[in-house]
Structures are given as structure tokens and as C-alpha cells.
Design a protein around this ligand. Structure first.
Ligand code: SF4
Length: 341
């Protein structure tokens, strides 16, 4: 059945009033505005990460840095350390750059267009903050909303080619009244009812307009293009210990895991190379039995781990960190796993 826009919006908001998820960055349904700092911070954290994983980080960040000005004044290393484990570390660097730009401006811009000019704020985040914090009728399309649109309209074009079409559908349904609640309602519908594998159509407030449901196989949508095969790269991490301390290095500010503390590594290459030529210091290195696998957006890394002990803390580039406090160093997950291997 063609979607009756006003009836759709009313049904969705009515459902949201009763079923909105309680999240620490959220204002209850019907509240006119939310704190843009909390909305922006949560949206940056939620990119590529689940709500459950984000909540403790969000609580820790907002306890330590309760305002955007407080975050802007933080030390880079402290923020990177607090971010450790959330992944995609370029986001943490952009987070700081954005906090400082916002503080210099005297506050968050209030429109989608002006939010887009800030460092690290892409189309999605600008629309989400404009809509949820400032009540602009911006078109918000995250992964959940994309799925709901693809099902409502049974879009047969595969993602990503279907994205403009999905966005056009989302735009046609976006209201000028309570646009933030509408966006969050669609997010919640996708997260709790219109789930990827087993949509609960019987509990869905907009089922009567859903073409995918009418087709009898709603989980067939969204249609996806065949997966590309990720190339594999190989590398070696060097765990060097001396007198109860482990050698850590700070990775270059640009590039993968930039600015993070890490174990020294070899180069990451398309084929395995002899790691002995890249060890930071001659030592009695032992190859550990574990290979740490980590998936980056463009490749999969297989990291071998070699370990050695020295009698003294030799002067080497990097810093010696107490081995029994390594979990406080803010190592990215990849290196935390490698150091335990
Ligand atoms: Fe998703 Fe089913 Fe609702 Fe359609 S009816 S939007 S497939 S939960």
C-alpha cells in the first residue's frame, strides 16, 4: 500500500512515545531539544560501534569532560587513551579537532549546513545533530534507517547503489514537526523491531505500509552487492620486556591507529617477510604461537608476535611501560591482544 505520510508519521511517533530506548545521551520523546554536545559525542562514538559498547565510553567521557569546552581543553594523549578500545582512532583525533573548533566558535552551529563545516562531521552526523538537538527537518539515514526504508519500499537495487533512493524515501517521510523524535523512532524501530535477520513485523507500527512484509520475505531486504574479498597484510609485533617494563612506541599521528601507543611492529606487507630484519634491537626473540587477526576497513591484518627480554632498559625510541599496568596504557585492541599473546 502506498505510504500515507501523515498517518505514517503519527503511527511511528505514537510507537516511539511508548517504546523509545532509554539511552544516556537521549532526551525523552516530546522534549523539544537535547544537549548538542551529548548528541554529537554519541553519534561520533556510534559510528561502526554498537550502542552497548558505546554506553560505558560515553559515561566515562561525559563524567571526565562534561562540556565541549572541557573536552577541547583536554590533552590529546588523555583523549586517545580514553578512546582506546572503541577503534577507528581517526575519529578520536577528529573529535578533539571538532571540540576545539566548536569552542572557538562559542558553541555548536545550529544548522546542518554549518555543522558540516566542522572537522570530522560528515553528512550523517550533521543531519543527526541538526535534527535531534536543534529540531531541523534534516534527513537522517543511518544503517537502521536504511534497512527500514529498503523494506518499506521493497527496494531491489543493491546497497550501496540504492543509497540515493533510500535517502529520497527517508526525505519524503521526514516531518517538520518533531523531526528529531521521528529520526530516533526510525533508529529504534530498526534496532528493536525491524532487525536485520528476524524482523518482528507483528509488532511493527508501520507494517500496514510495508512492501517487504507484503512480499512475504522481508529479511530479503536490503539487497546487498556481493562482498568484495578483503586483501590480507602480514606483520610482526615486537614485545620487548626489561625489568618488568614493556617497550611501547607512539604511532605516527597520521595513518592507521595514528597517535596511539603501540607495540613496535614491522611494516605491514602483502606477503610475510622475515621479521628478524625489522626487530627494534638484537635479542633472543621467540615467536609466540598466536597470530592476532584484525580487520581494518580495507584489509585484514595478520600480526605475528615475537617476544624477548633484556637485562636492562636499553635506550630505545619509545617509552618503557610497567608490564603489570599495560591495561592502563590505552593500547588499541589489536595491540592489547598482541601483548597478551
Ligand atoms: Fe520492518 Fe516488518 Fe515493519 Fe516492514 S513490517 S518495516 S519489514 S518490521
Amino acid at each position: 500500500m502506498p505510504v500515507e505520510v501523515t498517518a505514517f508519521q503519527t503511527a511511528l511517533l505514537g510507537w516511539y512515545d511508548a517504546h523509545a530506548r532509554t539511552l544516556p545521551w537521549r532526551s525523552p520523546p516530546g522534549t523539544p531539544s537535547a544537549d548538542p554536545y551529548r548528541i554529537w559525542l554519541s553519534e561520533v562514538m556510534l559510528q561502526q560501534t554498537t550502542v552497548a559498547a558505546v554506553i560505558p565510553y560515553f559515561e566515562a567521557f561525559t563524567t571526565r569532560w562534561p562540556t565541549v569546552a572541557a573536552l577541547a581543553a583536554a590533552e590529546d594523549g588523555d583523549v586517545m587513551q580514553a578512546w582506546a578500545g572503541l577503534g577507528y582512532y581517526a575519529r578520536a583525533r577528529n573529535l578533539l579537532a571538532c571540540a576545539r573548533a566548536v569552542t572557538a566558535l562559542g558553541g555548536f552551529p545550529t544548522t546542518e549546513a554549518n555543522l558540516r563545516t566542522l572537522p570530522g562531521i560528515g553528512a550523517y552526523t550533521a543531519a543527526a545533530v541538526a535534527s535531534i538537538a536543534f529540531g531541523e527537518a534534516a534527513v537522517v539515514v543511518d544503517g537502521n534507517i536504511e534497512r527500514v526504508m529498503s523494506r518499506l519500499f521493497a527496494v531491489s537495487t543493491p546497497i550501496p547503489a540504492a543509497r540515493p533512493e533510500l535517502r529520497a524515501h527517508a526525505a519524503a517521510l521526514t516531518p517538520t514537526h518533531q523531526p528529531g523524535d521521528h529520526a530516533q523512532a526510525l533508529m529504534d524501530l530498526g534496532a528493536t523491531v525491524c532487525t536485520p535477520r528476524s524482523p518482528r513485523c507483528d509488532a511493527c507500527p508501520v507494517a500496514r505500509w510495508c512492501d517487504a512484509r507484503a512480499s512475504g520475505d522481508p529479511a530479503r531486504f536490503p539487497v546487498r552487492a556481493p562482498k568484495r574479498i578483503r586483501p590480507v597484510r602480514f606483520g610482526t609485533a615486537f614485545r620487548l620486556e626489561a625489568r618488568g617494563h614493556v617497550l611501547l612506541v607512539r604511532r605516527p599521528p597520521r595513518g592507521l591507529l595514528g597517535g596511539m601507543l603501540a607495540l613496535p611492529t614491522s611494516a605491514w606487507t602483502p606477503a610475510p617477510v622475515d621479521w628478524r630484519t625489522e626487530a627494534p634491537v638484537p635479542a633472543d626473540w621467540t615467536l609466540r604461537p598466536t597470530v592476532v587477526r584484525h580487520v581494518f576497513s580495507h584489509f585484514e591484518l595478520r600480526l605475528s608476535v615475537v617476544a624477548a627480554s633484556l637485562a636492562a632498559r636499553t635506550h630505545l625510541p619509545g617509552e618503557w611501560w610497567p608490564a603489570d599496568r599495560l591495561d592502563e596504557a590505552g593500547l588499541p585492541t589489536l595491540f592489547a591482544k598482541a601483548s597478551r599473546a
